[in-house]
Design a protein around this ligand. Structure first.
Ligand SMILES: NC(=O)C1=CN([C@@H]2O[C@H](COP(=O)(O)OP(=O)(O)OC[C@H]3O[C@@H](n4cnc5c(N)ncnc54)[C@H](O)[C@@H]3O)[C@@H](O)[C@H]2O)C=CC1
Ligand SMILES: O=C(O)[C@H]1O[C@H](OP(=O)(O)OP(=O)(O)OC[C@H]2O[C@@H](n3ccc(=O)[nH]c3=O)[C@H](O)[C@@H]2O)[C@H](O)[C@@H](O)[C@@H]1O
Length: 480
């Protein structure tokens, strides 16, 4: 029986291994982590992450051929294939701070693999890493190998949160990069055989190591670039009276461009787009390619611009001040169907509004108050000015309350900001909400989920991203 061990029981390690276990009953899969609470949650009825369909998959194979454990060394030692799916955040200090990937967790995992291994192993990079990381990992493993043969493969993950199970069941492609030696190709085949249990062969791509590593960074950069492109257009739409949904639809009809991933929004969030682009920028700079670095940096700059443009729109529409006014924040997660708040645009928008002394009432169906308070009191890292860390004052955090109901959040509010496209926000009783709000009542829809015309009929003043402005907003001062 082939034994797989995955180091890192997070958003990627957990769902990915659960699906491998489900699709490959003949393989034993153990997911290990140093975090005791995380592993306890994976072994309980309350999984540590919210992901549609995940509960069912875990229930079907946990205890059969899927196990979660904190006994990292034992399971690594016993495995034939070791996936490494630890976090690779942006460095916050030292060389490359604010851009480069922090490989501390990866390096410590690699050293531990070298220490505890007693038999040959295939080590799979599942985390997103800088191109050429496999070379560094190879050095760590071979210098400490005691004669054991390690083959390193790059097998980046392309799942998106909220649709992880669907994406894993039917991936557009599985990418495996390996050394072009007979041993390297044998390892590639072994991993290919695992995925071949459910992924059609033509969807399993094999490349050299560096292409696989770089393709992951490239894919995220291209995806984020689409969002920044449509968001840049949304600003021009507001200025000219064009409608960004119509423009995106017309543009996306070109089969060379395609219709997906063209929804204008308050900005992209999530743990990876910004981190991976910063990483790409750093790699370009290190390789003497400042123009290429600058090109990709713009994707993040437009994203930052979109978030501050949104805050400015809210404040300027409400007589240029939100001081002391209650603003309801609907949605805090970085997208629907996840409880993940990493790099969510809601943090920047809330921080901006708090800076203007607003009182916030926040509701998200999957994010609890502790998480929101933690996110809002976190120091924000300014990647252009790494020394400018701006801590939130405890007084500011007191201006925030978190509630478990959209109606409660909006009661007596002057304005509503929709930050996440949760389905339930489309079908709220907006008449009831309007009746319980201060007047004039504003809706700032950062995800274009509400029917603006219907809300205007009720009496709301509505701002939708990239849509023709209603008369009220046109009369307000221009937004920077
Ligand atoms: N979140 C996502 O949707 C996607 C993430 N990725 C990449 O996958 C990697 C993992 O991301 P997430 O799962 O979101 O991170 P995460 O933070 O949810 O999980 C990482 C886990 O690794 C554990 N860990 C760290 N060092 C360890 C060690 N030495 N031994 C054992 N456990 C250790 C941590 O305790 C944590 O539970 C990152 O490189 C990310 O860029 C790739 C595709 C999608
Ligand atoms: O490497 C990763 O971590 C993953 O990053 C993204 O997945 P994820 O961040 O989970 O979610 P997305 O659906 O890509 O959304 C990212 C952000 O972009 C926003 N978005 C997305 C699409 C769109 O048209 N407009 C838009 O504003 C979302 O609301 C969200 O804030 C990629 O889609 C995955 O392929 C990749 O594996």
């Amino acid at each position: 029986m082939v034994k797989i061990c995955c180091i890192g029981a997070g958003y990627v390690g957990g769902p990915t291994m659960a699906v491998i276990a489900l699709k490959c009953p003949s393989i034993e899969v153990v997911v290990v982590d140093i975090s005791v609470p995380r592993i306890s949650a994976w072994n309980s009825d309350q999984l540590p992450i919210y992901e549609p369909g995940l509960d069912e998959v875990v229930k079907e194979c946990r205890g059969r051929n899927l196990f979660f454990s904190t006994d990292v060394e034992k399971h690594v030692c016993e495995a034939d294939i070791v996936f490494v799916s630890v976090n690779t955040p942006t460095k916050t200090r030292g060389l490359g701070a604010g851009k480069a990937a922090d490989l501390t967790y990866w390096e410590s995992a690699a050293r531990m693999i070298a220490d505890v291994s007693k038999s040959d192993k295939i080590v799979v990079e599942k985390s997103t890493v800088p191109v050429k990381t496999a070379e560094a990992i190879e050095k760590i493993l071979t210098h400490n190998s005691k004669g054991i043969n390690f083959q390193i493969l790059s097998n980046p993950e392309f799942l998106a949160e909220g649709t992880a199970i669907e994406d894993l069941f039917k991936p557009d492609r599985v990418l495996i990069g390996g050394r072009e030696t007979p041993e390297g190709q044998k390892a590639v085949k072994a991993l290919k055989d695992v995925y071949a249990h459910w992924v059609p062969e033509q969807n399993i791509l094999t490349t050299n190591l560096w292409s696989a590593e770089l393709s992951k960074l490239a894919a995220n950069a291209f995806l984020a670039q689409r969002i920044s492109s449509v968001n840049a257009m949304s600003a021009l739409c507001e200025a000219t009276g064009a409608d960004v949904s119509q423009v995106a639809y017309a543009v996306g009809k070109d089969t060379r461009i395609g219709p997906k991933f063209l929804n204008a929004s308050v900005g992209f969030g999530g743990s990876c787009f910004q981190k991976d682009i910063l990483n790409l920028v750093y790699i370009c700079e290190c390789n003497g390619l400042p123009e290429v670095a600058e090109y990709w940096k713009q994707v993040i700059k437009i994203n930052d611009y979109q978030k501050s443009r949104f805050v400015n729109r809210v404040v300027s529409s409400m007589f240029n001040t939100v001081s002391g006014k209650k603003v309801a924040i609907l949605g805090f997660a970085f997208k629907k169907d996840t409880g993940d708040t990493r790099e969510t645009p809601a943090i920047d928008v809330c921080t901006g509004l708090l800076g203007d002394k607003a009182r916030l009432s926040i509701y998200d169906p999957q994010v609890n108050e502790d998480q929101i308070q933690r996110d809002l009191s976190m120091k924000k890292f300014d990647w252009d000015h790494p020394l400018h860390l701006q801590p939130m004052s405890p007084a500011t955090v007191k201006q925030v309350s978190c509630v478990w109901d959209a109606y409660e959040a909006t009661k007596d509010a002057h304005a509503i900001c929709i930050m996440t496209e949760w389905d339930e926000f489309k079908t709220l009783d907006y008449k009831k909400i309007y009746d319980n709000m201060q007047k004039p009542a504003f809706v700032f829809d950062g995800r274009n989920v509400v029917n603006a015309e219907k809300l205007r009929e009720i009496g709301f003043i509505v701002y939708s991203i990239g849509k023709p402005l209603d008369a009220w907003l046109k009369d307000m001062p221009a937004v920077a």
